[in-house]
Ligand binder design. Sequence first.
Ligand code: Z5A
Length: 219
Amino acid sequence: MSGLFITFEGVEGSGKSTQIELLRQHLAERALSVLITREPGGTPTAEAIREVLLDPRNKALAPMAELLLYAAARAQHVEERIRPALDAGQMVLCDRFADSTTAYQGIARGLSLELLGEIHRLATSNLRPHLTFLLDMDPELGLQRTRERGRIDRMEQESIAFHRRVREGFLAIADNEPERVVVLDADQELEVIARDIRRHFDAYLERRAREQALAADTP
Ligand code: Z5A
């Protein structure tokens, strides 16, 4: 795998899709081509699973069934889209990935983190992002932003206490992996956040180039 896998995480409405598009424009100006994708989804089959997961009529979905559906969508997405792109040396920007499962199904729903790790290994052969941007904000504010769009999906219907646990879950992941996860205050002007993301992204690329040069020099 020689490509670069970058994920965007955060509570609902934290601005992930918006920032992915701004980073894509920045990369296009530098003639860098990227694959933009999202979870759950990213392939026709995984998008069909997304429909089931987000349909507000599926209120009775059991936590374990929910976890396995997110994992099934991810297994298909990694196999069909993400890994081939990374193997071809491409850059992949993904709206949500396994940290969402840890935060929503693990920390907020209370399913075993050990089990989640095992399922992740089975579903993806333990694929990990190189770099993750966590757009952190008060979930109430994020939900307010998405509600202005007028549709409420099954996950959005969860209580505010649930969404607060999700936020804490993301912050705990970032605490455990500060090298990979960059935490950004998502309650700022779009352009301020975008500039920070570009700065961290450029710094990451430089660090990676230095490490690769060192590795090439080492006999
Ligand atoms: N989920 C899970 O439980 N387990 C998993 O493993 C995975 C996912 C992978 C996916 O829903 C749901 O599945 C999600 C987690 C769960 N549920 N929840 N809750 P989704 O894909 O439909 O939802 P989302 O990922 O949260 O995306 P979103 O609602 O589209 O939000 P966003 O991409 O973070 O935000 P945005 O679309 O860029 O911006 C939202 C609005 O805010 C929009 O009007 C923007 O113009 C505005 N915005 C953005 N940035 C700003 C700033 N800085 N200031 C002011 N306004 C802004």
